[in-house]
Design a binder for this molecule. Structure first.
Ligand code: GDP
Length: 528
């Protein structure tokens, strides 16, 4: 491989933050961008959120519910590395999006609230990371507040999440008594002073645990710290890079994200130890990032990211080779070559045009309805990346249009929003209904809000007599035609044009399956 490709690949760090809502993911994202020099003052991420609130009811919904349903990609340089941070939505109903985003990262950062410890959503996300043994670093946040004993927290992480903890920093007190952290690997104390205005904080650093300056500054807390550390060192694991990279051990950092404290220690360690781009499995072989030819897969699609542009973006993770502006790439599923002259990059949260992208990078492709989640792009090789999860819809509602003249707009809106993968559109063969399938009930509210905000369509979703759906296929063309004629009343096409059996009851589905043994019924749309 060319040395430029090798160097550029080696310095990529692509990761996502996993946490329970409110633990501090947004704050952490903002501070990481601050340390990455991507923004001058903290508050920009929030500011961006606020600016969007003004333009979109969908964001209004997000604000009302106190959840983050948007998801984006941010790239920033740090100490010679190029860091790609993939944001994930926090609310449970959007978990499919989160799961898919986790297939596109090489490691994760887990943020835990010191007062709350391991929470339900963290457990679920950790399960997802474990599917691929994703390496995880842990940041225990909000040490400026009273919380649980750090030792108990590590114990809880080990027991509940079943991963070894290796503390890298250790907190000195908490709440009002929070004085800073001791860096175990550097044998140095980083002192804390709360800051305002969002500047990068450079507190005093005292080298050596035995340094008398420590007693001067910390008084009685210095002796406490030494005692506690002795206990901690005896009872916990020391950092083992191999165990971390295998997903068996998590290095742990303490701090206060909102005060920019402890974040730099984490980031320094992250760029040093977190894995670069990893090999990825396809149906036929494993693709190594060192390969010269380009390949990548789409893990996410988002409509109307920028309300002013009304565009739809497919997010592609580069797995091998170099992507260059104007390059022709091959969309494997439909066997089509496309020239990409206007791919997007996400440097510092502003959208810019990509000149070059390397393994680990995410590029945004304009989607005109032909790209699906899970699609593989190559330079001609027939590859198909695996492991991008698909979800079977469990809830179904019929779209009800308040203004019948807006039918075209409704169809277009539903079609485009369904490309994102969180909801799926079904059009029955025998009626003009538009049926939406989703995994979580909140998604219907979000779609209704977005239809209004982004397509100016007033629609609501009402109950419909559908309990479950199965994508159908059959090797015997004649049989399939018979099947289509006989059960037409139960058939629909989805937004990708595939045929789906929609069943009013599970019993009905079972009977159809027994009656048509030649027809295959699949729970999700991507079934090879
Ligand atoms: P998210 O839901 O995980 O994205 O959490 P946010 O970053 O929005 O934070 C949730 C709340 O916790 C907000 O009110 C933050 O201001 C607050 N918060 C975040 N980090 C800290 C911290 O270090 N200390 C304290 N006291 N509050 C924090």
């Amino acid at each position: 491989m060319s040395s430029r490709h090798a160097t550029e690949t080696a310095r990529r760090r692509t990761f996502a933050i996993i946490s329970h809502p409110d633990a501090g993911k947004t704050t952490m994202t903002e501070k990481l961008l601050l340390f990455g020099g991507a923004i001058q003052l903290a508050g920009t991420v929030k500011g961006r959120k606020a600016a969007r609130h003004a333009t979109s009811d969908w964001m209004e919904l997000e604000k009302q519910r106190g959840i983050s349903v948007t998801s984006s990609v941010m790239q920033f340089p740090y100490k010679g590395c190029i860091v790609n941070l993939l944001d994930t939505p926090g609310h449970e109903d959007f978990s499919e999006d989160t799961y898919r985003t986790l297939t596109a990262v090489d490691s994760a950062l887990m943020v835990i609230d010191v007062a709350k410890g391991v929470e339900e959503r963290t457990i679920k996300l950790m399960d997802v990371c474990r599917l691929r043994d994703t390496p995880i670093m842990t940041f225990i946040n909000k040490l400026d507040r009273e919380g649980r004993e750090p030792i108990d927290l590590l114990d809880e992480v080990e027991k509940v999440l079943k991963i070894q903890c290796a503390p890298v920093t250790w907190p000195i007190g908490m709440g009002k008594r929070f004085k800073g952290v001791y860096h175990i690997h550097h044998d140095a104390v980083h002192l804390y002073s709360p800051t305002h205005g969002g500047k990068i904080q450079r507190g005093e650093v005292i080298q050596g645990l035995d340094n008398p300056r420590l007693d001067e500054v910390l008084g009685g807390q210095a002796a406490e710290l030494r005692e506690e550390l002795e206990l901690v060192m005896g009872a916990s694991h020391s950092f083992d890079k191999e165990a971390y990279l295998a997903g068996r051990q998590t290095p742990v950092f303490f701090g206060s994200a909102i005060n920019n404290f402890g974040v730099q220690e984490l980031l320094d360690d992250f760029v040093e130890n977190a894995p670069g781009p990893q090999p990825r499995a396809t149906e036929t072989r494993t693709v190594d990032p060192s390969e010269e030819t380009f390949s990548g897969f789409v893990f996410k699609i988002q409509a109307n990211m920028d309300p002013q542009h009304r565009d739809r973006i497919a997010f592609l993770r580069v797995c091998s080779g170099t992507f260059r502006k104007g390059m022709k790439i091959h969309q494997v599923r439909i066997g089509r070559d496309v020239k990409i002259s206007d791919a997007l990059t996400f440097m510092a949260s502003d959208r810019e045009h990509v000149e070059e992208a390397y393994p680990g990078d995410i590029i945004g492709l304009h989607n005109h309805g032909t790209i699906r989640i899970g699609d593989t792009f190559t330079q001609g090789e027939q590859l198909s990346f695996t492991g991008i999860p698909n979800f079977a819809p469990e809830l179904f509602r019929r779209a009800h249009l308040r203004d019948p003249l807006k039918m075209k707009q409704l169809q277009k809106g539903l079609q485009q929003l369904c490309e994102e993968g969180a909801t799926q559109l079904f059009r029955p063969l025998v009626s003009n209904d538009l049926i939406l399938g989703a995994v979580g009930v909140l998604q219907f509210d979000v779609v209704a809000h977005r239809l209004k905000a982004e397509y100016n369509v007033d629609a609501s979703f009402e109950n419909v007599n559908v309990q479950t759906a199965r994508w159908v296929s059959c090797d015997d063309g004649r049989k399939f035609e018979q099947f289509r004629d006989k059960v037409a009343a139960n058939l629909a096409v989805d937004h990708g044009g595939d045929l789906v059996y929609i069943a009013p009851t599970r019993v009905n589905l079972q009977m159809a399956q027994e009656k048509w043994p030649e027809v295959r019924f699949h729970a999700t749309r991507e079934h090879g």
